[in-house]
Ligand binder design. Structure first.
Ligand SMILES: CC(C)(COP(=O)(O)OP(=O)(O)OC[C@H]1O[C@@H](n2cnc3c(N)ncnc32)[C@H](O)[C@@H]1OP(=O)(O)O)[C@@H](O)C(=O)NCCC(=O)NCCS
Length: 151
């Protein structure tokens, strides 16, 4: 069993450590925006946040769960809590193999640069360059849980 709660300042280190451990974007990890999951003993086991950007968009970000707690619905609970709190539209970026993970939550991949806001256009262009230079087969996907995508 696990529970969710808004983060406190005391969670800042655990958030940073987990994000570093899983190797996702380490920028903008202000605990005030985070929801954290904890086990029955009150130990931190996962987190997620919604980050505001200057272009007015909101990004579902920093979704991470400790290894021993994966595939038990922790990320699902965090994502659904953040969706309920912030509503649409929410954007995100992820490696392409995680597209099927986000689709059941209503996120749809956006491939047309003209449909992206400035922040995601820049991120996509930058990652395309990194991909070309490093010859990686994966790519950075931009997804949106948009107004009008309701099913
Ligand atoms: C991706 C991650 C957050 C998933 O956390 P989790 O707690 O194991 O996910 P959940 O148990 O809530 O899974 C929710 C659903 O997604 C599925 N799922 C979980 N991981 C998946 C993956 N890597 N690919 C596809 N589907 C996945 C689960 O099977 C589950 O489906 P179900 O409800 O039909 O059974 C976790 O593996 C992680 O921390 N990875 C490293 C950090 C990372 O990559 N974060 C995403 C940044 S964009």
């Amino acid at each position: 069993m696990f529970t969710l709660r808004p983060a406190t300042q005391a969670d800042q280190k655990a958030i940073k450590d987990l994000i570093r451990e899983v190797g996702i974007n380490p920028m903008g990890l202000d605990w005030r925006r985070f929801v954290v999951a904890e086990d029955e003993a009150g130990q931190f086991i996962g987190c997620g946040q919604v980050k505001p950007h200057r272009d007015g968009t909101h990004e579902l970000a920093s979704i991470a769960v400790k290894k021993g707690w994966r595939r038990q619905g922790v990320a699902r609970a965090i994502i659904e809590r953040l969706q309920a709190k912030h509503g649409r539209p929410l954007w995100l970026t992820c490696v392409n193999h995680l597209i099927p993970f986000y689709e059941p939550f209503g996120f749809v991949e956006v491939t047309d640069l003209d449909q992206m806001t400035a922040y995601y256009r820049r991120a996509k262009r930058f990652m395309k360059l990194v991909q070309l230079l490093s010859r990686q087969r994966y790519y950075l996907a931009v997804m949106v849980w948009a107004v009008g995508n309701e099913d």
